[in-house]
Design a protein around this ligand. Structure first.
Ligand SMILES: [Zn+2]
Length: 192
């Protein structure tokens, strides 16, 4: 989970969000199964592309590249099922891969780390283990930071064995590439 700098909100979202939010919140109150919609295909694409540019087309949580092995999906950091009033809020939206999204589903914990939080930094919360490919809460962090790291690893399933193996392989490949461009690789927090 790399630190992210969030760009400005797309104008179409800024303009549409108040009305769309009201429709969604009222719809959910009347019928809990009221479906969510992005309302405008053009605006959805603009949101998705701006989010993808924020991460150089990587998942905001595992940093795997999206659009090739995974669809480009938009993740509601606070799930829209539990926080319908945040369904169209720009800083609640992240680019996300299928695996992170299907691991987290509707879960949320207030301790979950948010990659665009100005106070967030990978190194103050995590360490990498090059031998196993896993990431772990930093032993140098205080108890709160370690707990937040542990919850974030668990909710996004960041240490699934296949993910740890993929990070190790990426690291080996990256080390052998003399002209490596970091953004071309997955799991940049593991490589840098
Ligand atoms: Zn991911």
């Amino acid at each position: 989970m790399r630190k992210l700098q969030r760009p400005a909100e797309p104008n179409c979202l800024h303009a549409g969000a108040p009305g769309w939010t009201e429709d969604y919140v009222v719809g959910r109150e009347r019928n809990p199964a009221h479906p969510f919609s992005w309302r405008s295909d053009a605006c959805y694409r603009e949101i998705r592309d701006r989010l993808a540019a924020m991460t150089q087309r990587h998942c905001a949580f595992c940093d795997g590249q999206i659009g090739v092995v995974s669809r480009k999906t938009i993740e509601h950091f606070r799930p829209k099922s539990r926080f319908p009033e945040l369904a169209y809020v720009w800083d609640n939206l992240f680019p996300c891969c299928d695996l992170c999204q299907s691991s987290k589903r509707e879960q949320f914990d207030p301790a979950l780390l948010k990659p665009d939080d100005p106070n967030y930094a990978f190194a103050t919360h995590f360490v990498v283990q090059y031998k196993t490919g896993e990431i772990e809460p930093s032993p140098h962090a205080d108890e709160t930071a370690r707990r937040r790291a542990e919850i974030s690893i668990r909710l996004y399933a960041l240490n699934l064995p296949e993910r740890a193996m993929a990070r190790r392989r990426e690291w080996e490949h990256y080390c052998r590439d003399p002209e490596a461009c970091l953004d071309d690789y997955n799991y940049r927090f593991f490589l840098e």
